[in-house]
Design a protein around this ligand. Structure first.
Ligand code: FPP
Length: 254
């Protein structure tokens, strides 16, 4: 029987020259989509043009991940620190989920993709959260790729909040300090129920984590490229996964 992987992977949708192995696919890929501004600047365009092209790349990479049978794709779309940017740029970024979903939601549904988000919802504009919540609700029963947008997400705040909730549980007598385990923390993060990323990709040549999934990336393989996000292609994505598949993961063992 031709399984889902080869049926989908066989589609002539990619010019990738990288050989990938079905058995060693990362389950969860996380991406720091960086370089939109520099890409735009290098073309004499306003920064928002970079973000807009970056949005189109989100679609391409989501579909590429789906074709490979990757189960979780987490995309860093807006950090808790990104509010420091000029208001016009923040406003533009906050309209992107809405625009993206108005164009792509039907196709995501047709491909059985489940949309999720992680981050602090309260600070998001109502139009942003409305669009996301509609997509989350309409795709909740889908069983394919989980497309997880990190939006107004910050890892240190996420962990600080988890610690606060644990402290409250101890104070209220619901939890003993000696019973606190790694899972006690992990269960109180936005990623509760998701496996840790196997592979982190960051585009644009920056070599840092920028407050992204600091707990969850403890044993992830990391892959960095100089390519700016708006020009990141399915072939680059395959290159990252091919490199991942060449690595030996030892988790501190031998
Ligand atoms: C970092 O590049 C990128 C962002 C802060 C925004 C990323 C958002 C997208 C790629 C689109 C999201 C789409 C959806 C559907 C939510 P930068 O602006 O920091 O680039 P620079 O470092 O070159 O200035």
């Amino acid at each position: 029987m031709i399984d889902r992987f080869w049926a989908k992977f066989g589609k002539p949708s990619s010019d990738s020259v990288h050989t990938l192995t079905k058995d060693n696919m990362p389950k969860h890929v996380a991406i720091i989509m960086d370089g939109n501004g520099r890409w735009a600047k290098s073309r004499g365009l306003p920064r928002i043009a970079g973000h807009h092209t970056g949005m189109k790349v989100v679609k391409q990479i989501t579909m590429a991940a789906d074709r490979l049978g990757i189960q979780y794709l987490t995309l860093y779309a807006f950090s808790t620190e990104n509010w420091k940017r000029p208001k016009a740029e923040v406003d533009f970024l906050m309209r992107l989920p809405q625009e993206f979903l108005s164009i792509e939601l039907e196709e995501l549904i047709a491909n059985n993709v489940q949309v999720r988000m992680m981050g602090y919802r309260d600070a998001l504009p109502s139009h942003t959260i409305r669009a996301l919540e509609e997509a989350i609700a309409r795709t909740a029963d889908n069983t394919g790729l989980i497309l997880n947008f990190a939006l107004n997400y910050g890892s240190r705040t996420e962990m600080t909040d988890a610690v606060k909730r644990i402290a409250e549980a101890v104070r209220d007598g619901e939890l003993k300090p000696e019973d606190i385990e790694e899972s006690t923390i992990a269960e109180r993060l936005f990623t509760n129920g998701l496996p840790d990323p196997d592979l982190l990709i960051r585009t644009s040549g920056e070599l840092r984590l920028s407050n992204f999934m600091l707990w969850q990336l403890a044993y992830s393989e990391m892959w960095f490229t100089d390519v700016y996000w708006p020009e990141f292609s399915e072939s680059h994505f395959h290159e990252a996964i091919a490199e991942y598949q060449r690595r030996a993961r030892r988790y501190g063992g031998l």
